[in-house]
Design a protein around this ligand. Structure first.
Ligand SMILES: C[S@@+](CC[C@H](N)C(=O)[O-])C[C@H]1O[C@@H](n2cnc3c(N)ncnc32)[C@H](O)[C@@H]1O
Length: 341
């Protein structure tokens, strides 16, 4: 299947354009399991949507009542902004003071909120509005920080674990990052790895679930993870050695400068930034027949990650899109398979 991505708009609906139901991604995902309810357009006036569970504090009562979709767009965007601002105001001091417990708790609630929020029209208006860049900057930094803290926890747990010869990495992947591993599970349905000799994973991090998955589920002989942070490279290499992931190598390299001509496939996750620069570098150095597997923010995922898909034309063709419902994970990301033109 060859899809022309030129028709994609720049707004929040573009990633969902391949599906008839642009809001059909509200199936249970790791983030949604946190049980936070988000505003549903059309919700009964006065109904409550709790934003936090368990021991966590909730957002203020005033902001828990979502405006129904009969309300004006202006009011619905204002409501969304008020929620985002409230998250920001709770996250900022926790980040500044290094209060990890509070930070993680609020981030979990924020991620549950963005995974369940469903007002596509209000979100589009927000994304095209003047406040969006500032929130993108903030939630990008917070999401990176959150992912890093989850990885630290996961590293400690996985470093303790033992992998028996008959076990797959999935069985020792820590709960903190098992979502990253599971989100890869659709890849064999999107890409034929059987003839590939090499794949590179950009920004693999200190606990490279993507590399674990590729070692487990494919026979690609050379699986290379790159990260531009030495600590991440050291930790990921240590795990690869510990678990005898004999086809995996991790190297220190910058995704915006790497020569991609060495690889049959490129796994471009959301964390390798600046994303537009990474894309340009792939375009200038990848082989003409290379396969690019992109993880792209969908809908509210664009609060944390810069979209690149709408700006790819005319450099790439979109070959396939991943499941719009099952593999979004807590960060609201979706897989796309691309080929250079
Ligand atoms: C949160 S972590 C790991 C991601 C995670 N394991 C996943 O599922 O994709 C993101 C990593 O990307 C790395 N990174 C960000 N920009 C990069 C770039 N331009 N080149 C290489 N690594 C980069 C960071 O150093 C960080 O370790």
């Amino acid at each position: 299947m060859r899809l022309n991505i030129f028709g994609f708009g720049s707004g929040a609906k573009d990633a969902g354009a391949l599906d008839a139901d642009a809001t059909g991604f509200l199936d249970p995902q790791p983030a949604q399991k946190a049980t936070a309810k988000a505003p549903k357009t059309g919700a009964r006036k006065g109904s409550k949507a709790p934003l936090a569970t368990g021991k966590s504090r909730t957002l203020s009562r005033k902001s828990q009542t979502p405006p129904p979709n009969t309300e004006s767009l202006k009011k619905r965007v204002k409501w969304l902004l008020a929620h985002l601002e409230e998250f920001r105001q709770r996250l900022q001091p926790a980040m500044d003071t290094g209060n990890t417990d509070e930070f993680v708790l609020v981030m979990q609630n924020y991620l549950a909120f963005i995974a369940a929020y469903s007002d596509t029209v209000a979100y589009d208006a927000f994304e095209l509005g003047p406040a969006y860049p500032e929130y993108l900057k903030f939630f990008h930094r917070a999401s990176l920080e959150f992912a890093w803290r989850m990885e630290e926890k996961a590293f400690a747990e996985i470093a303790e674990a033992e992998l028996q010869p008959w076990q797959r990495m999935k069985e020792v992947v820590s709960e903190c990052i098992s979502g990253s591993y599971s989100c890869m599970e659709e890849l064999p349905t999107l890409v034929d790895f059987s003839q590939m000799r090499s794949i590179v994973v950009l920004g693999c991090g200190k606990v490279p679930a993507s590399l674990f998955f590729l070692q487990d589920q494919t026979n690609v002989p050379a699986i290379v993870g790159i990260d531009n942070l030495q600590e991440a490279v050291d930790c990921a290499s240590a795990l690869a050695t510990k678990f005898k992931l004999d086809r995996v190598r991790v190297i220190n390299a910058d995704a915006t400068k790497l020569d991609y001509s060495f690889f049959d496939a490129i796994y471009f996750g959301p964390f390798a930034t600046p994303r537009a620069d990474v894309l340009k570098q792939i375009r200038s150095t990848a082989r003409p027949n290379a396969t690019i597997i992109l993880r792209e923010p969908q809908f509210t995922g664009s609060l944390a990650f810069e979209r690149v898909l709408p700006f790819m034309q005319p450099a790439f063709n979109l070959i396939k899109a991943g499941d719009a419902k099952k593999y979004l994970g807590r960060f609201m990301l979706r897989h796309y398979v691309l080929k250079p033109r």
